[in-house]
Ligand binder design. Structure first.
Ligand code: NAD
Length: 498
């Protein structure tokens, strides 16, 4: 059995049965059968039937939010806004747009070849069995959105939640069990990635993985054996850059939320703060004072802002990183230790001043820890921000939007927010994903649908003569080659052409 422990109270809150590895083949067989039936259902109907999950969820707002809170350690209100609402909003959005992205047969212009009565059309087809492997930090909204897009596109899904969040995983399965879809179209497997990962990767047509960079690399390595497609949503070390002309009151509040929401266990949370030297002292004092006001406690109590971290191991890692930072010369302005007043896995909201080459600045800590740095010049701050292995999101604060855009274009991340932090994951119409060690591929929106489908190109020929380039290569063919050469010469750009 896999036990689920409340990280704030350390109480056992439930358990689920581990999926035996011997059952994986049967699970795939059932998945393939269900997918064949499902793919025949017209797209519009598929989307309609999947969108029924919103009705099921709407009857359990509090129950689901509380479950996420108890299993992950975040306040239930935060769980509702950031996870439950986000699932319903994105499901509705995918339902409203799937026809536009996947339902249309597109004709591709063929120019010269059209004169030979040739035509090409492009369709998008499901991949087959898509395997969704989820992380612990947003155990509801991250995999849910990937499952919804995969199913609407006509795939079946095998879902493996993190072993830390098996009860939320079970809840997701229960929701899909209540809608009108073929049996086994969604199946959830429970167990460690080290046991179940390889057979999932070996048998699926696609892996939609969200988790750490180290695991993502392991998955990609394994996937090379079977050329299984992978989408990897991995770690981050997002930077927030604040210029003196920004709305500093709003920026300081954004920084506080952007760092400490979900105890900093957010791939895109603000992990590095770059302040212009002219505002450095004031901004930092305000941020420390605001941070002091955060209420950290058992998250199901009223008005708690910051809850617990997921487990002892992650908390220990955060503590070790902070200690390393101090050894390297980082200064603790607030926090810097486990919360001594609470018995669960609580780490105090922590702010450190640091310099760019320190480990605490370069590596993902994945806890409630912010490092703060100073800059003078645009070029300098762009270089510091880009000098990092991760490239998920970044945030620029200025009232000069054209400056913001100019800098945004020079930052090596998948998304850049101007005067915002973290939240674009919640925009289901925009692409989500990173570069460098933050991953490969995109979730959400049109690109998310493209990740779970393959293009099918159909070429139709109604020419009633042999094609010009077919045998025999005789005198007549020499003439044809000459004509091709004339056409080829006309394809050279003239100097005057832009
Ligand atoms: P993790 O890598 O430890 O685990 C993620 C999932 O992978 C779990 O379900 C785990 O069981 C599974 N797994 C482990 N080894 C595996 C293997 N060999 N084969 C297949 N599956 C395997 O990550 P985590 O601790 O749950 O999540 C935290 C990390 O996720 C952080 O680095 C965070 O930045 C990242 N994350 C990224 C995004 C994003 O959108 N980019 C979102 C959330 C979290």
């Amino acid at each position: 059995m896999i036990k689920s422990i409340n990280p704030a109270t350390l109480e056992l809150i439930g358990e689920v049965e581990e999926t035996p590895i011997e059952k994986i083949n049967e699970i795939f067989e059932n998945s393939k059968k269900a997918q064949k039936i499902w793919a025949k259902v017209p797209l519009k109907q598929r989307a309609r039937r999947i969108a029924e999950v919103n009705k099921i969820i709407s009857n359990q707002f509090n129950e689901i939010s509380l479950l996420i809170s108890e299993e992950v350690g975040k306040p239930p209100s935060e769980a509702f806004v950031n996870e439950v609402y986000s699932v319903m909003d994105s499901t509705f959005h995918y339902y409203s747009t799937v026809q536009e992205f996947l339902g249309k047969t597109k004709e591709i212009p063929l120019k010269f070849y059209e004169s030979l009565k040739k035509k090409s059309i492009l369709l998008r087809k499901p991949l087959g069995v898509v395997c969704v492997i989820g992380p612990y930090n947003y155990p509801f909204t991250i995999p849910f959105q990937q499952i919804v897009q995969s199913l609407m596109a006509g795939n079946s899904v095998i879902f493996k939640p993190s072993s830390e969040t098996v009860l939320v995983g079970k809840k997701i399965q229960e929701i899909f069990d209540q809608i009108d879809i073929p049996k086994n179209l969604v199946q959830t497997v429970f167990g460690s990635g080290s046991k179940l990962g390889n057979p999932l990767i070996d048998n699926a047509q696609k892996i939609l993985f969200t988790g750490s960079t180290a695991t993502g690399k392991r998955i990609m390595q394994r996937a090379a054996r079977t050329l299984t497609e992978v989408n990897l949503e991995l770690g981050g070390k997002s930077a927030m850059i604040v210029f003196p002309d920004a709305d500093l009151d709003r920026a300081v509040k954004a920084a506080r939320w952007g760092v400490f929401t979900n105890s900093g266990q957010v791939c895109s949370s603000v992990k590095r703060l770059y302040l212009h030297s002219s505002i450095y002292d004031n901004f930092l004092n305000n941020l420390v004072e605001l941070t002091r006001k955060l209420k950290q406690d058992i998250p199901t109590k009223p008005n708690v802002d910051v809850g617990a971290m997921i487990n002892e191991e992650q908390l220990g890692f955060v503590d070790e990183m902070v200690k390393k930072g101090i050894e390297e010369g980082a200064k603790v302005l607030i926090g810097g230790k486990r919360n001594p007043n609470l018995k669960g896995y609580f780490y105090e909201p922590t702010i450190l001043t640091a310099t760019n080459n320190m480990k605490v600045v370069q590596e993902e800590i994945f806890g409630p820890v912010l490092v703060v740095l100073k800059f003078d010049e645009e070029k300098e701050v762009i270089e510091m921000v880009n000098n990092n292995q991760y490239g998920l999101t970044s945030s620029i604060w200025t009232n000069n939007i054209s400056l913001g855009k100019k800098i945004a274009e020079q930052l090596d991340t998948g998304s850049v927010m101007i005067n915002e932090v973290v939240y674009t994951f919640a925009l289901p119409s925009t692409p989500w994903g990173g570069i460098k060690n933050s991953g490969i591929g995109r979730s959400h929106g049109k690109l998310g649908f493209y990740e779970v489908t393959r293009p099918l190109h159909i070429n139709i020929d109604q020419y009633d003569e042999p094609d010009l380039w077919w045998f025999p290569y005789d005198k007549n063919f020499d003439e044809i080659v000459k004509n091709f050469k004339t056409i080829a010469s006309s394809l050279v750009l003239k100097d005057s052409e832009e």
